[in-house]
Design a protein around this ligand. Sequence first.
Ligand code: IMP
Length: 194
Amino acid sequence: MGEQPQPQGWYDADIERIVVSEEQIQTKIDELAKQVAVDYAQHDSVLLVGVLKGAFVFMADFARALGRQTRPVEIEFMAVSSYGARATSSGVVRILKDLDRDIADKHVIVVEDIVDSGLTLSWLLKYLESRSAASVEVVALLRKPDAIKVDVAVKYVGFDIPNEFVVGYGLDFAEHYREMPYIGVLRPSVYSRV
Ligand code: IMP
């Protein structure tokens, strides 16, 4: 049988460079899940709190990877937005969707797509702690250099990436590209189109 043609996503033509490939992402998620499974071995269950919208893809893969490590998980989502423009992330956060239930005495892991300034996350951690979680840790697939400036403890990090705007694997530009299975940088021509 001859070589099968590789399926192409509609978005491939808009991508200048792949920053993290699909295979790298999936390998890393398995590693992170193994690490979390070891660290939480003594707990009955962990509660994953995904931050919408960006974390929905990572959440789905990470929860299933943890499941394969025979760790039962519970899943919640929150949606938050920073007041004002994202580029000047103020650290003042508005809850668009709150948790659906009580998290008191739960071992919570916040599932984040990317930590940039870290301001959203630092607010969220305080909020979850105020709701009396037994413990709160963070797993972030991506981290940008500025995140180091804010004192926010991200225990599990997938990839440290350069300070450039990336899309894919849940991350959007103007609500597009979230469905891409990899992380990439857009061609400059895409920005001049909008
Ligand atoms: P922070 O408060 O600056 O850490 O904001 C993090 C949020 O900004 C993420 O959850 C993303 O929604 C968004 N964000 C930061 N960097 C990027 C990027 O490179 N591409 C897409 N969204 C991003």
